[in-house]
Structure formats: structure tokens, C-alpha cells
Ligand binder design. Structure first.
Ligand code: 5GP
Ligand code: ZN
Length: 117
């Protein structure tokens, strides 16, 4: 099912330009903007303009847009000149998801540990 905008969704509002964000890239299907609480020197969120609650739901419903999201995450990393970086999809509140509109975190510019916390 194609994702319809949700009235109460922060990232739907950012995608529609109703709430300002530091946008670094935009395509027909995606928007990339800097996280308001960066966890690394580069911390950019890439969202689909359509609303789906998480990345797997997006991929199941609209796989082409999920691919756009990943491609854009790589473009952000290239624009930011990141040699190494991490793409994170927190899924579910127990894993730290706080905004239930699919988004990729692109994190880089510092060393990172594995496993993550
Ligand atoms: P989650 O915790 O759902 O994986 O990621 C949500 C992210 O959105 C968090 O890293 C949080 O800092 C970021 N965030 C929350 N509200 C805003 C906002 O109004 N503007 C921006 N640019 N980022 C936000
Ligand atoms: Zn939304």
C-alpha cells in the first residue's frame, strides 16, 4: 500500500516543507537533512517522502523507494567525503526508534565500535 501523509508525523511535515530542516539533498522520492541532535560529525537522516512506519514496511510496500533511500544514503556519504560510515535503521522503540516514519541514519566522521550499544 502506498504511504499516505500522516497529520501527526514530524517527518511527513519535514518532507512537505511544513517544518524547517537543514536539507542537504532532495529527490523526487526522498529528503536528506541533518539530525537535530547529531551523534557523529556527520549525522544525516534520509527519509522517503511517503509515510511508512519503518524501513522494512517501506521496502515491503514500495521497494523502489527503499532502493532510492539506500542510494541517497550512499550519495550523502559521498558528498560528506566519508570513507567509512554507518547506515542505521532503528526499528521499534526497544531499538531506539522514536519517529515512526522510515528513516536511515547516515553516521560518519569518527571511529565507531562494534557491536553497537
Ligand atoms: P530514531 O530515534 O527514530 O531512530 O531517530 C529519530 C531522529 O530524529 C533522532 O536522531 C532525532 O535526533 C531526530 N529528530 C527528532 N526531531 C527532529 C527534528 O525536528 N529535526 C531534525 N532535523 N531531527 C529530528
Ligand atoms: Zn510520516
Amino acid at each position: 500500500m502506498v504511504g499516505e501523509p500522516q497529520d501527526d508525523c514530524l517527518f511527513c511535515k519535514i518532507a512537505a516543507g511544513q517544518i524547517p530542516a537543514d536539507v542537504v539533498r532532495e529527490t523526487e522520492t526522498t529528503v536528506a537533512f541533518r539530525d537535530i541532535h547529531p551523534q557523529a560529525p556527520t549525522h544525516v537522516l534520509v527519509i522517503p517522502k511517503v509515510h511508512h512506519p519503518d524501513a522494512a514496511s517501506l521496502a515491503a510496500a514500495e521497494p523502489g523507494i527503499a532502493a532510492d533511500l539506500l542510494r541517497e544514503a550512499g550519495q550523502v556519504a559521498g558528498d560528506e567525503k566519508l570513507e567509512s560510515y554507518r547506515i542505521v535503521f532503528n526499528t521499534g522503540s526497544g531499538a531506539g526508534q522514536t519517529v515512526f516514519h522510515a528513516h536511515a541514519h547516515v553516521l560518519g566522521g569518527r571511529g565507531m565500535q562494534w557491536p553497537p550499544g
